[in-house]
Design a protein around this ligand. Structure first.
Ligand code: NAD
Length: 372
């Protein structure tokens, strides 16, 4: 047995935790908050900033879902102009990922593309605090960021140990205002991270343990949060599960479902969680057909009599939350199916699912479930 774990993030979890933000900043820090327009308009960014003694605070509040390279460059300019010491990402994964890139590149030269496409390498970063307001991506505990190149119509992941933040403040109260449709999509993302960390052929006992716990808690609590956004116990469990799922997949990577979510996002332009929901059940069935025992322990831990019951519950949850109804009815031609399969199979981590996958088999699988 051989494995490595690297987790430098100071995790602060709990209801009301964000009020203690001051403990994790120096009063002299020049701060840049990075968030999206909804978080700014709700007054959430200001409410959190009011807990700080710092006088030099600037704000970039233009992050869009699936943040573009262009948006990162705009935020980067503000960070450089204000000579920031500390970047605070506040919001869903889109804002946290933008903050990660800005914290790293604002201490160096060049545009974000130079780093994303390998011309330059990240060698350091400014201080970074991440505060999630959705329970889904687990980005606060990962060394990954995901960005959209609108010119190439392509979503790309970027990985560097510098993307691990200094402090993750995970306060479930911040998720009470998340609308049900976003709760559903982000919750499925959290489940998918945990599932892919669990069955990943490069996983280890630490990650598998965290992943099992996260899968169980998403299955137990996601629908309650969807139905009753103010259910505090369920919200807290979901935030915890999301963070654990991020922690686990950040160590061992995801697998085929996430590899497919990138070309799906390019074709269908749907939120990340919905792109994951699209292939979740078919890929679970595919993995079990290759390796019948790959979900047995997880099903037992989550108190389902069999793997079949576990998969049926996931399918039931996706249907009850109407997750796939927002996918546009685009006809995907056989050539496009092959293109999606080629793009997914080109990602090394796609092959970390139980059993083998190749372009032929994946095209066949896509044909089966994309023809609705
Ligand atoms: P998001 O950040 O795009 O936010 C979705 C919507 O929810 C936005 O409109 C936002 O304004 C709203 N919202 C967020 N918090 C809210 C709150 N408390 N109250 C009301 N509205 C709120 O969504 P997301 O799913 O959290 O993040 C998706 C992005 O993260 C994608 O780009 C995805 O690829 C990426 N991602 C990153 C990682 C990682 O490890 N870095 C992992 C998975 C996904």
């Amino acid at each position: 047995m051989e494995y490595s774990i690297y987790m430098p993030v100071n995790i602060q979890f709990g209801e009301g935790m964000v009020k203690r933000i001051d403990q994790f900043c120096s009063p002299k820090d020049r701060i840049l908050f990075i968030c999206d327009p909804v978080i700014e308009q709700m007054g959430l960014r200001k409410k959190i900033a009011d807990n700080l003694k710092n006088s030099d605070i600037s704000v970039f509040s233009d992050v869009e879902p699936n943040p573009s390279v262009h948006t990162v460059n705009k935020a980067l300019r503000i960070a450089k102009e204000n000579k920031i010491d500390l970047c605070i990402g506040l919001g869903g994964g889109s804002s946290l990922d933008t903050a990660k890139a800005v914290a790293c590149i604002s201490s160096a030269d060049g545009s974000f593309e130079d780093y994303l496409y390998g011309k330059q390498v990240v060698k350091g970063r400014k201080k970074l605090i991440l505060i999630p307001t959705t329970a889904g991506t687990g980005s606060e505990c990962t060394c990954v960021g995901v960005y959209t190149d609108t010119e190439k119509n392509r979503k790309t992941g970027y990985r560097t140990p510098y993307f691990y933040c200094d402090t993750a403040i995970v306060d479930p109260e911040l998720t009470y205002s998340v609308p049900s449709s976003v709760t559903a999509a982000t919750g499925i993302d959290a489940f998918t991270h945990a599932l892919e960390a669990y069955w990943n052929t490069s996983s280890n006992s630490l990650c598998r343990g965290a992943a099992m716990y996260a899968c169980r808690d998403v299955l137990k609590n996601l629908y309650s949060c969807y139905e009753d956004p103010q259910n505090k116990t369920a919200r807290s469990s979901l935030s915890n599960a999301s963070m654990l799922g991020g922690w686990a997949f950040g160590q061992v990577r995801t697998t085929l479902i996430h590899a497919l979510s990138f070309p799906f996002a390019d074709y269908f332009h749907v939120p990340h969680g919905i792109a994951c929901a699209l292939s979740l059940v078919p890929v679970m069935r595919y993995a079990v057909s290759n390796e019948p025992d790959c979900l047995t322990e997880l099903a037992c831990f989550c108190s389902y009599p069999s793997t079949k019951d576990l998969i049926a519950e996931v399918e039931n949850m996706i249907n009850r939350m109407n997750l796939l109804s927002s996918i546009p009815d685009i006809h995907i031609s056989p050539a496009e199916m092959r293109d999606i399969a080629e793009k997914a199979c080109a990602l090394e981590y796609a092959h970390l699912i139980p059993g083998d996958i190749d372009v032929e088999r994946l095209t066949f699988l896509l044909n089966d479930f994309l023809r609705r």
